[in-house]
Design a protein around this ligand. Structure first.
Ligand code: DGL
Length: 254
């Protein structure tokens, strides 16, 4: 069984990509929405939450865990890998594909404060910043919008514009979504940024990496699996919005 967690509903954008290539596995998704957002919390706090959630997912039968949260990956994945004898798949900041494909030589990264301060992001950034200018902004209020299920409309546009416009003003023609909540606002981001701007979500690459690891670990289901996605939901807070977003990614209407 594949365990997945995030501070809230954002990790469902990663589950959506995983389901495209692994539709027959069993899943348990944990939304830590009583403690969301993680963006400004300390690494120690996030590590404690990650341990508690990992314990829960293991108790339900998870044999591999996707940390479907850039902030939790930055704060806790090294600790988790040291403390538990299973594989953890984390989020990668998609700076490389953005940097290699940019025509203006400027890329924009939208992420939480925790991710932008993390050593993984800073190391990746260091590899490319001699070749492209990397502009960054926290997507202020994006996570809260998604947690409330507000994915489009006037409020979403105004909130997104405030963080996105400075990146566009600096000349960015690639926008990296460095937080798993942000793909749920992709339509708004694309509309405001215009068709010449490419929005880059690392989730498909993370899903492919999960598939590779599951194959090499012998974790792929042999019995053909269920006809419909087999997904158990759990949360530290209320489940309604999480369930609605899950329905929207599994009914083919996304
Ligand atoms: N979705 C998470 C991320 O990828 C966490 C956002 C938050 O809780 O601040 O960073």
């Amino acid at each position: 069984m594949i365990g997945i967690f995030d501070s809230g509903s954002g990790g469902l954008s990663v589950l959506r990509e995983i389901l495209r290539i692994l539709p027959k596995e069993r899943y348990i998704y944990f939304a830590d929405n009583a403690f969301c957002p993680y963006g400004e919390k300390t690494p120690t706090f996030i590590q404690d939450r990650a341990r508690t959630i990992t314990g829960f997912l293991l108790s339900k039968g998870a044999d591999i865990i996707v940390v479907a949260c850039n902030t939790a990956t930055a704060a806790a994945i090294t600790t988790l890998r040291k403390e538990y004898p299973i594989k953890f798949i984390g989020m990668e900041p998609a700076v490389k594909p953005a940097a290699l494909s940019s025509r203006t030589g400027v890329i924009g990264v939208l992420a939480t404060a925790g991710t932008l301060k993390g050593s993984k992001y800073l190391t990746t950034k260091g590899l490319y910043e001699d070749n492209v200018k990397i502009a960054e902004r926290v997507g202020k209020g994006f996570v809260e919008l998604v947690e409330r299920g507000v994915l489009d409309g006037h409020e979403a546009e105004e909130t997104v514009r405030l963080s996105l416009q400075p990146l566009l003003d600096e000349g960015a023609d690639r926008i990296v979504l460095g937080c798993t909540h942000y793909p749920f606002l992709k339509d708004v981001i694309q509309r405001l940024a215009g068709p010449q701007t490419r929005i880059i979500d690392p989730a498909p690459a993370v899903a492919r990496h999960l598939l590779d690891v599951m194959m090499s670990e012998g974790l792929i289901r042999e019995d053909g699996g269920p006809a419909l996605p087999d997904i158990t939901l759990a949360a530290s807070g209320e489940l309604d919005t999480v369930r609605r977003l899950l329905d929207s990614i599994t009914d083919g209407s996304d």
